[in-house]
Design a protein around this ligand. Structure first.
Ligand SMILES: [Fe+2]
Length: 390
């Protein structure tokens, strides 16, 4: 091997490693919103580094007891996508590439010129313009999760040993990211539906409040968006996850579950003793959520929820409950919830009172500036009050 060949070889190796590195960096920065974009971008970096014209990810599943797959991502350049961009679904491997299931299940790759493959395989691959192909298996938790394919539509070649090793490694990283994202999505949906069910339970019991949870959540959302847009409470609110706060807000009255029916559903004004009973819902709610946290290990969402349940009846001047803390000692989440809670209570009909108008409610909240409510939040609420109109 002469010097030039050696340098070209080294350059190729460096290029491959750089691509693998770049793709890994993409994968570390995925979020719910841009997940698909990030996956395609990392595929592009990797495929270009090995001069592949197409890269695709197939996720395995059983079809009538046979190993099959469905395409979930594809990137292509210079050539048309497989099936004209329509992702192929529910393919049984044995029907189209009969030898592949055994090879892939053993952890081996398919690395071949299409012209060297069986007639049946050529009949499937050649019409897609594929000249050379590498298909690597991906195992997650010891199961064949799927395969990642790389097509070269221009060159007769085998992918080198180093290319194959790096492509197997980065394919596993991409598949792991997809796998984890799927689990996260499922858990997120389950979590949301459990929280909604819990807050519905409170509403079924506390039937005077109607859609209180939904409406207060909406007010909290508008306030939060505005706080972030105006960069208020700088350094403290910036890092908040708005979705988690909104999910947490649903649980603010969860403690009412433990308040007796005759008090919770009383159609007239409460006595002093009954009111003292109702007040307990803040601490009871906190304890319920604390227990869920201890048993589930979930802490970020539930710490917002605990704070909101515990402090949404505290008042800026220290005359609220359960602790009578005041001013900036009251967590901001609780201060936001206090405004949303009172605004909705004022503008909603109860069995013992009529609903008041939006304008009157805004006036009452404004009058509570510095006594009941945080002055900064009150000013913000008044400024954007039109957005809360029902
Ligand atoms: Fe409450």
């Amino acid at each position: 091997m002469d010097c030039i060949q050696l340098i070209v070889g080294l350059e190729n190796k460096v290029r491959l490693l750089e691509a693998a590195n770049e793709a890994s960096a993409f994968l570390l920065n995925t979020s719910k919103e841009d997940f698909g974009v990030i996956i395609i971008r990392s595929m592009q970096v990797v495929a270009r580094a090995v001069n592949a014209d197409r890269m695709y990810i197939m996720k395995n599943h059983l079809i009538d007891g046979e190993l099959g797959c469905t395409q979930i991502f594809e990137w292509s350049e210079n050539v048309a996508p497989q099936q004209g961009g329509k992702y192929v679904t529910n393919i049984i491997y044995r029907d189209i590439v009969p030898t592949w299931p055994d090879i892939l299940s053993q952890g081996k790759s398919i690395n071949s010129l299409v012209e060297d493959m069986s007639f049946k395989e050529q009949a499937i691959l050649a019409p897609q313009g594929i000249v050379s192909i590498l298909v690597v298996p991906v195992f997650i938790n010891h199961n064949l999760w799927g395969v990642v394919g790389f097509d070269d539509c221009r060159h007769r070649r085998l992918f080198s040993g180093l290319e194959e090793r790096i492509l197997r490694s980065i394919s596993l990283s991409i598949a792991n990211a997809i796998h984890k994202n799927g689990i996260t999505e499922k858990i997120g949906k389950l979590q949301n539906s459990l929280l909604r069910t819990m807050s519905d339970l409170v509403e079924y019991r506390d039937n005077v409040t109607g859609c209180h949870v939904k409406r207060t959540k909406n007010v909290v959302k508008i306030l939060l968006d505005e706080i972030k847009a105006k960069r208020l409470f700088k350094g403290r609110v910036d890092s908040w996850d708005t979705d988690l706060i909104l999910q947490s807000a649903q649980l603010h009255d969860i403690g009412k579950i433990a308040i007796p029916d005759q008090i919770l559903k009383k159609p007239s004004l409460l006595t002093k003793e009954e009111y003292a009973e109702i007040k307990k819902h803040a601490i009871i709610g906190y304890n319920i959520i604390k227990r869920i946290e201890a048993e589930s290990g979930e802490s970020e969402l539930l710490s917002y929820a605990q704070t909101i349940a515990l402090t949404h009846h505290e008042r800026w001047d220290g005359t609220g409950y359960p602790f009578g803390i005041k001013g900036a000692d009251i967590p901001i989440e609780g201060r936001i919830m206090a405004i949303a809670d009172v605004y909705d209570a004022l503008t909603s009909e109860r069995t013992y009172k009529e609903a008041i108008s939006h304008e009157e409610a805004v006036k009452i909240i404004q009058e509570g500036r510095n006594t009941h409510f945080d002055p900064v939040l009150t000013d913000l609420f008044v400024e954007i009050n039109e957005g809360f109109k029902k």
